[in-house]
Design a protein around this ligand. Structure first.
Ligand SMILES: [Zn+2]
Length: 255
């Protein structure tokens, strides 16, 4: 559907790229238009009225005008600046990972309202002191599910046998669990514990409040992270840039 010449939308800023002397290209996610890229003219000038309303990780209300190539942001007003995400390096890094993943997994102008809601909910949750890493796993699984990549966690991908207790494998290439017999038919598999399967099922079925209340051991947390990382890397066919930073930061914070 053609957009009007001037239109208004709510948006969460996913990325900023400098252009020319004072302009930026802003990539943002919207409730009804999906991901959009638009120009913010003069936004890097100290007195720009667009100023802080288009910072990374800000939710704003935008007024846009259709441009020849990219649309132009003419007015904006902050709705939510997620302040706690800016004062703590770990939270900042988690939030940057979240927006990077949304940016990498979505195409421009494909509406997906559940992803907008998920993004907003997860950023709010990351602002809270007690939020843990399972919030990131919740985010990854829910995002993949809204994109049609929800992993199969109940039966073998290949022979459809119900998942047995004990040793199982996760097929990174197939996107789900496989039994030991079928594992050899899959290109890329990694071991998965019964507890990891249970946590992943829980995160897919429950809301973010339940997800952030769940407590798991450090080993299980690492296992879940590694499985999700391999699956995401396989789907994207590349590394997520901010993951490396999260890893380094975790080492620094725990040493
Ligand atoms: Zn099987």
């Amino acid at each position: 559907m053609a957009r009007p010449r001037v239109y208004k939308t709510e948006a969460i800023v996913l990325k900023r790229t400098n252009m020319g002397e004072a302009d930026s290209i802003i990539t943002f996610y919207t409730p009804n238009l999906g991901k959009v890229r638009a120009i913010a003219k003069g936004v890097r000038r100290p007195k720009s009225k667009l100023g802080g309303h288009l910072d990374l990780l800000t939710q704003s209300s935008l007024l846009l005008a259709q441009g020849q190539n990219l649309d132009v942001i003419t007015q904006c007003q902050t709705i939510e600046s997620f302040l706690p995400l800016r004062s703590d390096l770990w939270r900042t890094s988690c939030a940057i990972y979240v927006v990077e993943l949304v940016d990498q997994f979505t195409a421009e102008e494909v509406e997906n309202y559940p992803i907008y809601r998920l993004l907003q909910t997860v950023l709010l949750r990351l602002c809270e002191a007690q939020s843990n890493e399972l919030v990131l796993r919740y985010f990854e699984l829910q995002l993949l599910s809204h994109l049609g990549y929800q992993p199969e966690l109940y039966q073998c991908l290949n022979c459809k046998a119900p998942l047995a207790l004990g040793r199982n494998l996760f097929s990174v290439s197939g996107g789900g669990v496989v039994c030991l017999n079928c594992a050899k038919k899959e290109q890329l598999v990694c071991p998965i514990s019964v507890d990891a399967v249970k946590v992943m099922r829980f995160l897919l079925k429950n809301d973010i409040s339940s997800a952030s209340r769940l407590k798991v051991s450090l080993d299980l947390s690492r296992e879940l992270e590694q499985i999700m990382r391999q699956y995401i890397r396989y789907l994207l066919e590349r590394e997520v840039k901010s993951v490396e930073f999260l890893d380094r930061l975790r080492v620094e914070l725990t040493s």
